[in-house]
Write a protein that binds this ligand. Structure first.
Ligand code: HEM
Length: 494
């Protein structure tokens, strides 16, 4: 039909339809769709609520219209506290100070459920694993740099990634501590012997970068060895830090921060991709030697070479190596930094730790010895309790579902979680619950681990099918059933 004829028809229609008529038609359409929704989705939801005895979850008492509609009041508090590095403590006091463990809070256009109830966390991560996904915030934020790998994917794609890289994390592969010894010695060389102050945090980040890149790529960034840095290594480390910090801002602002002009982020992202891609391409070029084992014989265990046995797709190889680097580097460095922050203030803990280490008589421990060092383990467990390096996490309901606790005035009834609702669990706040860890829960007390056998209330490595892959897969019996052990075996990597 000619454009002129179409325009004429439209003119005719609009000439005969009045504005109130349009509104009336729209209202009827809305009413029909609402009735349809009530008869289908609404009815299913009411049935689910009734069958499970769900009761309403407490709502956060937002202030003012902007608070009620968009959570402006709490978002403002979040930003101010994050600026001062006090977000988790502020959120704990704000959300959970009145003996409540599950609340609903408004954030922009969504209601979030926030919980520190271990039974709810267990449902989200394990027993109702298939009702939840990571949500697209993580994928959208990270995929441009880190590609599609285990840490950024969901569903079948995640299952595939996990199955592909799991064999690289056996006791045999990661238990060889000697591989990491020289990186550790490189770090020690940077610590002044004359009692000068030193920034250990910076050194820990370089240490985990050097050891992780050796494990993953077979080539260390060697940032701790002056004069031996891999070309671009320092730039890679800096770029990695900058880009991941920007990503953290994206998470806090629901990706609004991506509209800020940021050339450095673009350049650094490209640098990271190219840096990893060059190593992958070189490995692909040497694939024949690698298959014959010739390359591997020259080096210790290399994650990338193991992956080459199952895929030679350059994008997959780059994505998976960068994903594991992302998951393993900052976490381990943060644990070390938090632990030494505490040790520097606690000579009593330091001397007990030292006494246990001195029993080694100056010999570096092997994997089995490390596992048997009771006080070392207590200190690390306590550090991860009070300063969990992944202090909070969110999953998104991908279908209507139910969580076991949080409903009604006593929070003992199940709650209904509509599809599309983000459920955030705060490991930081859960680890500080006095009903689980005692009245001294806020104190750093490694000795508590002599008797403590926590279940889902202690969760530094996550639980369920997406449990940290850098952990032992041995099964242990806990109060809440059978679960994977919380032993930080991959700390061997640092
Ligand atoms: C103190 C050290 C570590 C802590 C506390 C830790 C903690 C965690 C946590 C809480 C998660 C779950 C994240 C989520 O699902 O949102 C996770 C996942 C993961 N971690 Fe670790 N991690 C540590 C070290 C490592 C190391 C050294 C590696 C590997 C070199 C590693 C590899 C991974 C991977 C690949 C995942 C994703 C697993 C999946 O989604 O299936 N982690 N880690």
């Amino acid at each position: 039909m000619h454009i002129a004829v179409q325009a004429e028809m439209a003119k005719h229609i609009f000439a005969n339809v009045s504005l109130p008529g349009i509104f009336a038609a729209a209202a009827v359409l809305l009413l029909i769709s609402r009735i349809y929704w009530e008869l289908t989705t609404g009815a299913q939801r009411r049935r689910l609520i009734k069958e499970n005895g769900c009761k309403p979850v407490k709502r956060y008492p937002h202030k003012g219209l902007s608070g009620k509609l968009f959570g402006y009041d709490t978002m403002k508090q979040n930003f101010q506290a994050a600026k001062q590095g006090r977000f988790h403590e502020m959120a704990r006091n704000r959300n959970f100070s009145h003996q409540q463990h599950t609340i609903q809070i408004r954030n922009l256009n969504r209601d979030f459920i926030i919980t520190i109830e271990p039974e709810n966390v267990k449902a989200v991560l394990s027993t109702k694993f298939n009702d939840f996904s990571l949500g697209n915030l993580r994928t959208l934020t990270m995929e441009p740099v880190f590609g599609n790998g285990i840490f950024t994917s969901d569903g079948k794609s995640w299952e595939h990634s996990r199955a592909m890289i799991r064999p690289s994390f056996t006791r045999q592969q990661v238990g060889d501590l000697s591989t990491y010894e020289h990186h550790f010695q490189n770090m020690v060389a940077h610590i002044p012997k004359d009692g000068q102050t030193v920034d250990l945090q910076e050194l820990f980040f370089r240490l985990t970068m050097d050891s992780a890149t050796e494990f993953l790529f077979g080539k260390s960034t060697n940032t701790l060895v002056k004069g031996q840095e891999n070309p671009g290594a320092l730039r890679f480390t800096d770029a990695f830090t900058y880009v991941t910090e920007r990503m953290a801002l994206d998470f806090r602002t629901a990706r609004l921060s991506r509209f800020l002009p940021d050339q450095k982020r673009k350049d650094d992202s490209e640098f990271i991709r190219n840096f990893a891609q060059e190593i992958v391409d070189e490995a692909l070029a040497n694939q024949k030697d690698i298959e014959k084992g010739a390359e591997q014989e020259k080096r210790s265990y290399t994650f990338l070479y193991e992956l080459l046995k199952v895929t030679n797709d350059p994008y997959t190889l780059r994505s998976e190596t960068l994903n594991v680097l992302l998951a393993g580097r900052d976490t381990t460095a943060s644990l070390l930094a938090h632990t030494f922050h505490e040790l520097a203030r606690r000579p009593d803990v330091w001397s007990k730790l030292r006494a246990e280490v001195e029993e080694l008589g100056g010999q570096p421990p092997d994997y089995e010895t490390l596992k048997s060092m009771k006080y070392v383990k207590w200190v690390l467990n306590e550090s991860l309790r009070l300063r969990p390096v992944v202090p909070g996490n969110t999953r998104m309901a991908i279908r209507d579902t139910v969580l076991p606790l949080g409903g009604g005035p006593d929070e003992k009834s199940p709650i209904f979680v509509p599809k599309g609702t983000p459920v955030t669990y705060s490991v930081w706040s859960m680890h500080r619950r006095k009903d689980f860890f005692g009245d001294d829960a806020l104190e750093f007390k490694p000795e508590r681990w002599e008797k403590l056998r926590p279940g889902w209330e202690y969760l530094p490595f996550n639980g369920g099918p997406r449990i940290c892959i850098g952990k032992s897969s041995s099964l242990v019996r806990t109060r809440s059933g059978i679960r994977r052990s919380n032993e930080p075996v991959l700390l061997a990597l640092c």
